[in-house]
Write a protein that binds this ligand. Structure first.
Ligand SMILES: Nc1ncnc2c1ncn2[C@@H]1O[C@H](COP(=O)(O)OP(=O)(O)OP(=O)(O)O)[C@@H](O)[C@H]1O
Ligand SMILES: O=C(O)[C@H](O)COP(=O)(O)O
Length: 400
């Protein structure tokens, strides 16, 4: 993979850097700035080399149109604080204002453009539309640095198309992430446990097929667990569910049994009356979710204490643990307990531990754990999972 050295002298040249600044926000306030901090090594290096820096990123999943709540403006402010030097912000991604802002950059200046996903071309399935958008971005720069590790699994305009249009290289974050994650793919110490949760269920169910020949145990929590429970014939009330994945999940359960891989599901679930921090809630058996007072309207928002303890025991016995996706809606205190127990178990095991994903990392920090208490905190959730399953990641292939 080409690294920054391959780009030659950068002083006075305009370099466009794809970062993953997709940070969690609550009422416009950044609740975890880990992804901004992680982007700084490359940014400082390019700035100090005298490049004119144009930073690009997505935030959340807007649908190709501007939405205030997904603006990157607060990220520019936070980044400037962390760098101790100005970070200009342009409220459009492409257009006359953006072009003028880029043209006015001096050596070592830093400009952050508005959310890439405010433009339909960024995530379009139509290659021509994607390329047309990438071309507009490419026009701003002499070289491209790909440093958004969290998106290297996406075939999107700013990840793959742009890299093909300019001299391009991987940034320091991408390079550093791969060095650590390779420890998990090249003969990991066993037992090897992967803990999966979170809400991007359809995205992440697919990786399980490939993880089955790599891991010893899979622990399933978060929004994903309900598709498993339903596949086993249990009712899940109004919990998150991927109906069209039930057969696939049944296939995983059968395959795991054949291979002697343990897939462990929770035995108890915290069920809430509604999706709200102050919602009434009860803990019930996982195979009887609709037996709570809320009946079929109940929503599973966390794994129960019995399950959390069982997961923690397995983590304690593991020599390698990779965790992506919170066990429950940890942003609400009432549903944070499962995630907290799993996070704590990772800090206590002797094994090598990796936490991956924007919200997973935010969760461990929100609970007060320090980054040093884990082997590695990866900025990629879906990206690191796909790397671990052995997939060819389009955003990396294009840098080879
Ligand atoms: N049972 C549940 N029902 C609904 N949402 C859930 C449930 N359990 C966890 N979540 C939500 O999952 C979200 C995080 O999921 P996600 O898959 O995005 O993880 P991540 O660590 O950010 O990974 P990535 O970096 O790939 O996005 C959290 O906001 C959390 O509230
Ligand atoms: O949070 C992430 O995993 C990355 O920022 C990628 O976001 P996406 O899943 O919306 O593409």
């Amino acid at each position: 993979m080409r690294t920054i050295e391959a780009l030659g002298t950068l002083a006075g040249r305009t370099v466009i850097v794809r970062c993953d600044l997709n940070v969690p926000l609550s009422d416009g306030v950044i609740t975890d700035d880990g992804r901004i901090r992680a982007s700084l090594t490359t940014i400082r290096e390019l700035r100090d080399a005298g490049a004119k820096l144009v930073l690009i990123s997505h935030l959340g999943r807007p649908k190709g149109e501007p939405e205030d709540r997904f603006s990157l403006r607060p990220v520019a402010t936070r980044m400037a604080e962390l760098l101790g030097s100005p970070v200009q912000f342009c409220p459009e991604t492409v257009g006359d204002e953006a072009a003028a802002a880029v043209a006015s950059l001096g050596d070592g200046d830093i400009l952050l453009l508005e959310n890439l996903r405010f433009n339909a071309g960024e995530t379009s399935k139509d290659a021509a539309e994607r390329r047309a958008f990438a071309k507009q971005l490419a026009a701003y720069a002499d070289a491209f640095v790909s440093d958004g590790f969290g998106v290297v699994h996406r075939s999107q305009a700013s990840v793959t198309d742009l890299a093909e249009m300019l001299p391009s290289a991987a940034g320091r974050l991408v390079d550093a992430e791969l060095k650590v994650l390779r420890r998990l793919t090249e003969d990991p110490a066993r037992p090897y446990t992967v803990v999966l949760g979170g809400s991007k269920v359809s995205d992440k169910l697919g990786v399980i097929a490939h993880l089955l020949d790599k891991v010893d145990t899979l622990l399933i929590g978060g929004g994903m667990l309900f598709t498993f429970l339903k596949a086993q014939g249990h009712s899940v009330g109004a919990s998150l569910l991927e109906e069209d994945q039930l057969d696939t999940v049944r296939g995983y359960l059968a395959e795991a049994e054949k291979r002697g891989v343990r897939i462990l599901l929770p035995t108890d679930i915290v069920v809430a009356e509604r999706f709200a921090p102050d919602a009434a809630h009860e803990t019930v058996a996982a195979d009887a979710i609709e037996s709570s007072s809320f009946g079929a309207a109940g929503i599973g928002l966390d794994i129960g204490p019995e399950s959390a303890t069982a997961f923690a025991e397995i983590i304690a016995e593991s020599a390698t643990v990779f965790w992506n996706g919170p066990m429950g809606v940890f942003e609400m205190d009432a549903f944070a307990s499962g995630t907290r127990t799993v996070a704590e178990a990772l800090t206590q095991t002797e094994g090598f531990t990796v936490v991956g994903g924007g919200d997973s990392a935010a969760a461990v920090r929100a609970f007060g754990f320090a980054d040093e208490q884990f082997g590695h905190i990866s900025t990629g959730g879906g990206a690191s999972l796909e790397f671990l399953e052995g997939a060819q990641l389009p955003g990396l292939e294009v840098l080879a």
